[in-house]
Ligand binder design. Sequence first.
Ligand code: G3H
Length: 473
Amino acid sequence: MNDYKILVNGKMITKKEKLNITSPINSEIIGTVPALSKNDIDKIYRSSEIAFKEWSALEPKLRIKYIEDIKKNLIKMRDEISITMCIEISKPLKSCYQEFDRSIEYIDLTIKSYKDKFMNPKIIDKSIHNVEGKNGFFYRVPLGVVLAISPFNYPVNLSLAKIIPALILGNTVVFKPATQGSLVGSLISKAIYEANLPAGVFNIITGKGSEIGDYLIENNLISMISFTGGVDVGKNIANKKSMIPLVLELGGKDAAIVLKDANIVESAKEITKGTFDYSGQRCTAIKLVYLEKSIADKFIKEVSKNVLELSIGNPIDNPDITPMINQSAANWGKKLIDDAVKKGAKIITGGNMDNNLLFPTVLSEIKKNMLIFDEEQFAPIMPIVIYEDINEVVNSFNSSKYGLQGSIFSKNIKKAHELAKRLNTGTININKSSSRGPDIFPFLGIKDSGFGVQGIDWALESMSRIKGIIENN
Ligand code: G3H
């Protein structure tokens, strides 16, 4: 078992007080990280604040060089990071490698976007805009200390998607990985340490959420928070930090609407994947399926065939379904299944659990009085609502407390577009399940799904502000 060190104020440190990280695969302790105290956190924010002056004044091309070095170091650690992720969060190994590669591409795209759109000021003057007597230079400048809080389900991608844009712009970063994800976080900090950034530019905090969770977000030196995680924590952050920019990516209840002219085989395949990838533990997973009545039997038959073919096992062997992140996540899924069944839902397949392994479950005849109709399962469960009137579907969809994404399956693209315009959510996907990527797209949620926009250009925008310098002639 390894004692993982973390980067704090220019040094890789360890501490006597430690946090054990256990694997969801077998509950064994797979490593420890330092359990930082409130005092440690105070020092970290001070070091970030001090480092900001020098880092933000550095020539952009030098900051880019540091980012390139971080990328090189990460690439050298590709196997170590991917395998650690697989064991730490029980994600199929192949998906861990995909996440890693996606993140390297994210770095490249961020560097490109920064160079193309953020490094130079936007000029507003007479020549282009017919402004008399004034030449305006509008720069993008960093905000200060950015607090980046990442979730367990994307410990590399949703960490680097916050850290890299923040750093390249000239912000300093305090990074808090999810507890399950701290080992990967420590490895990311090692890659940054080996790139020799000035002390304090990047700091990582690991420790017990119950002791430092609130304290971490209360510090007055924080200039911006980018958070991905649960709705309750997101709301707590929003309540505590009212006068700084926030980007919050929270939950979702992304529904798929299958119209009667959909290609049944293709849509059943896509919806199976969209529901069960990483055992449904994605904010963009399909969490409710609306099925037109005349195609319901055929679709359910097709989907249950697909689900019965899903492999189950240890993530290192690349199955489709793996043990969930912890026991309480599996218990929550089971509770939603039991509640639905008690209220009349039909189990098409699955419904059982074995410790924290929840078997892939398809539930039909879901009604509004069942918890799973509204609540986010974040688990391998496909609840199906059979509908006759599309207007009722639109009303239900729009009355959800969430508003992240949704999807429509139909051969009639024009009709799908019209329906998409009536759905009140961040993004609608036609004939594809919901998803955040490609990362070049803007990604956002409304209502309880959060606010602020992610994606390459938008992350850079959200972590900087405009500074205008106007020459008056
Ligand atoms: O869990 C939330 C993630 O942002 C989802 O990302 O659509 O790439 O799986 P994804």
